[in-house]
Every structure is written in structure tokens, then in C-alpha cells.
Design a protein around this ligand. Structure first.
Ligand SMILES: [Zn+2]
Length: 279
């Protein structure tokens, strides 16, 4: 499932390719793909793409027309993709939304999702603010170390669940939570309140290193993720624990990667990630 790095790669590619382009038409194949604001779709015709942002795992396209602004929020869900495709190519099955832009050189931006867990919302500024406030906690890439430590200090519970809780830390899902915890030497089930400030600071640095490195690699293509230009993310090759159950630890500690079955599986090395290691 696309997480923060994949969403960031998508946002950056759309920004580079389509910022400033004028929308000719929005075609919505099925109304139930739009969570909110379906009746406002006509407004977007002729509007200019003014901003492309990422909040958590969502991509937010900001449009402007005659001093007014509206937004399209795209959630990719488990299997959703936003793809650049030529308007001349027939859209593949499961293409639910198409944005066509003026100018022959501009591709269509197509929202494709075979499993329809993702959604689009068409929102005004107030609607967007409400959406962001309701869903997203601290952003790992823009938050300061101090903000991150303060956030953890005010929390209870297991560390991995907390990192994946979108209203606490936005954008981290199962893949990156596992990779970050392994590199930080922290057990997925460690209680947050047992961590020293030093460990929290180290976790902050490693979290950002992992996310930035994954963005630079174009993300991880685990379940068929593709960026808008159709390329696969290469970070999967650098996964140290995710999907490596039963294989030797890559830190050469002699440990074997284990997997806990839970709501989401935790992959970890029992030697490198001791529950007692918190100081
Ligand atoms: Zn190990």
C-alpha cells in the first residue's frame, strides 16, 4: 500500500509535469469513487493547477479559477495509482477519474484503482482544512525533533502501532514502520513511555533517513505501486526486514527475522531489537 514516500513521489512528479496547466475536463466514471463534493465537479473545468501537496498518504491538488480555489484530495488506498497517460490511449479498466489538461503536450492524469478502497474528495478551503485536521497527525518530514519527542512523551502504547496511527504520525504504514524500527534497534512492541529521550531523538533521525532514502529511490513497489510516469519504486531492494521472515538478519548478528501476526505483521530481529533496549 502506498505510504508517505510513494505519495511524495507521486506529488513531486505531478508538480513537475502539470503545475500551471489548465484543466480542460474532469471525467468521473463512477460517482461512488468521490467521497465528498461530487456536485462541484463542473467548477473545475478551466481551473489552473496551482499547487500539489502531500498530507500523510494523500495527494492534494489545488486549483484556482477567477480568484476562487478548490482542491482535489486523492487517497490511493491499497492499490490506487495516479498515472500520466496520453489522452489518445484508451483508458484501462478500473480508471475511475480522468483529468485532461489544455495543450497537446500535457498528458491526462488518470486515477486507476482496481479495488476501490481509495477515494477522491472535491473540497473548498474550509473542507480541506477540516479534512487535514481530522485525519493527519504530525508530518515526519516537516516536524522538528522537539515536536516529535514531545508527541511521543505524551503518548502511551506500543511504539509500532503509534508510528502507524495516522492521527498521531501521518504517512507511515506497515512497511516503513518495520524498516524504521529495525534500523533504530527498537522492538515493535516496546512501550513508548519506556523510551529515553535519547532513543526518541535517534528514532526521529532514522525515521527521516529511511523516508528520504525511500523517496530518492522512487518508493517501494510492493503491491504493484507505480509512480505517475509508470516507473517502479526501487526501495524494496533495500528493505532489511519487511517480507524477510525466516531469513538471517542483515546486521549479521546471527538472528533470524521473525514475524508477528497482528492486525498488520511486524517483522523484526529478536537479537537486534530487544524489548529491553530502550535507554
Ligand atoms: Zn539482528
Amino acid at each position: 500500500m502506498p505510504e508517505l514516500p510513494e505519495a511524495e513521489v507521486v506529488a513531486r512528479q505531478i508538480r513537475a509535469r502539470l503545475l500551471g496547466a489548465r484543466l480542460r475536463e474532469v471525467w468521473i466514471g463512477r460517482a461512488d469513487i468521490v467521497r465528498e463534493g461530487y456536485s462541484t465537479v463542473a467548477w473545475y473545468r478551466g481551473a489552473t493547477l496551482q499547487s500539489v501537496e502531500r498530507f500523510g498518504k494523500s495527494i492534494v491538488l489545488g486549483f484556482a479559477k477567477a480568484q476562487a480555489g478548490r482542491y482535489v484530495v486523492a487517497e490511493l488506498g491499497m492499490t490506487g495509482l495516479l498515472l500520466f497517460q496520453s489522452a489518445r490511449t484508451k483508458h484501462p479498466r478500473h480508471t475511475h477519474v480522468r483529468f485532461s489538461f489544455e495543450g497537446a503536450s500535457e498528458p491526462e492524469l488518470r486515477y486507476w484503482n482496481p479495488r476501490r478502497f481509495g477515494r477522491l474528495s472535491l473540497l473548498d478551503k474550509t473542507g480541506l482544512e477540516r479534512y487535514v485536521a481530522r485525519r493527519f497527525g504530525l508530518d515526519p518530514l516537516s516536524a522538528s525533533q522537539q515536536d516529535f519527542v514531545r508527541l511521543l512523551q505524551g503518548r502511551r502504547g506500543r511504539l509500532k502501532s503509534l508510528l502507524m496511527h495516522q492521527q498521531v504520525v501521518a504517512g507511515i504504514g506497515n512497511i516503513y514502520a518495520n524498516e524504521i524500527l529495525f534500523r533504530a534497534g527498537l522492538h515493535p512492541h516496546v512501550q513508548v513511555r519506556r523510551l529515553s529521550v535519547g532513543r526518541m531523538e535517534k528514532l526521529y533521525r532514522i525515521m527521516r533517513e529511511v523516508l528520504h532514502e525511500a523517496i530518492a529511490c522512487g518508493g517501494s513497489s510492493v503491491r504493484d505501486f507505480l509512480s505517475p510516469d509508470g516507473t517502479e519504486g526501487q526501495y524494496k531492494r533495500r528493505h532489511l526486514v519487511y517480507g524477510r521472515e525466516g531469513q538471517p538478519c542483515l546486521h549479521h548478528c546471527g538472528g533470524i527475522i521473525q514475524r508477528f501476526q497482528g492486525e498488520r505483521s511486524a517483522y523484526f530481529c529478536p537479537r537486534c531489537q530487544s524489548l529491553r533496549s530502550t535507554k
